[in-house]
Design a protein around this ligand. Structure first.
Ligand SMILES: O=C(CO)[C@@H](O)[C@H](O)[C@H](O)[C@H](O)COP(=O)(O)O
Ligand SMILES: [Zn+2]
Length: 197
């Protein structure tokens, strides 16, 4: 396949999975937005974590809530657990990488907060451990996964929300995750401010 066709195929595949996923994911995304909005209204905060491209998604999410998405409004309480390299390196060095988010969830998370846990495979130990810590501290969990949800699918509890992209390829799953992040930001603005974009 020549390069132009190859690139065209990426666009086609990405568009196709988004169209397919929209039908099944709109419900859980709306539920997650309501959960997050209720948390913010109750003075809670949103914590987000992920590895690699999903770390970027966690940061993107927090940036649009603390900064803004599409309309002017006050900053909202959200933090990505991927950004403090001193915490990340100290915890990874002293306790192991699997604890880098778990430790922060235990330190910063309070009952009623929401953890947005992002993993395309659903199997990353650091994300699994973060979810366990969230459960221990009575946080709500919104899990953004793919590939059937992996280990994460097996540890979610009643009341948690699972947004599982029905795809196998990491890049395609990440593309739907980014769209989901934007849907969440838009829905939170809409619920809090009655915004009609
Ligand atoms: O962005 C990509 C691949 O597209 C990579 O950086 C990818 O995020 C990393 O390999 C992650 O460690 C994968 O972790 P996960 O999504 O399975 O939890
Ligand atoms: Zn990527």
């Amino acid at each position: 396949m020549d390069l132009i066709s190859r690139i065209g195929q990426h666009f086609t595949d990405s568009a196709q999975i988004k169209l397919e996923a929209g039908a099944t994911l709109a419900g859980p995304i709306a539920q997650a937005a309501k959960l997050m909005t209720d948390c913010l209204v109750g003075n809670g905060k949103l914590l987000a974590c992920g590895n690699g491209g999903s770390a970027a998604d966690a940061q993107h999410f927090a940036a649009e809530l603390v900064g803004r998405f599409e309309v002017e409004r006050q900053g909202m309480s959200a933090i990505a657990l991927t950004t403090d390299s001193s915490i990340m390196t100290a915890v990874a060095n002293d306790y192991g990488y699997d604890q880098v988010f778990e430790r922060q969830v235990r330190a910063l998370g309070q009952a009623g907060d929401v953890l947005l846990a992002i993993s395309t495979s659903g199997n990353s130990p650091s994300i699994v451990e973060a979810i366990r810590a969230a459960h221990d501290n009575d946080l709500h969990v919104v899990a953004l996964t793919g590939k059937g949800g992996g280990k994460i699918a097996g540890i979610l509890r009643e009341g948690d929300i699972h947004i599982c992209v029905p795809a196998k390829r990491t890049a395609r799953i990440q593309e739907v995750h980014l769209l989901t992040v934007h849907c969440l930001c838009d829905a939170i603005d809409s619920l809090l401010l009655g915004v009609e974009a």
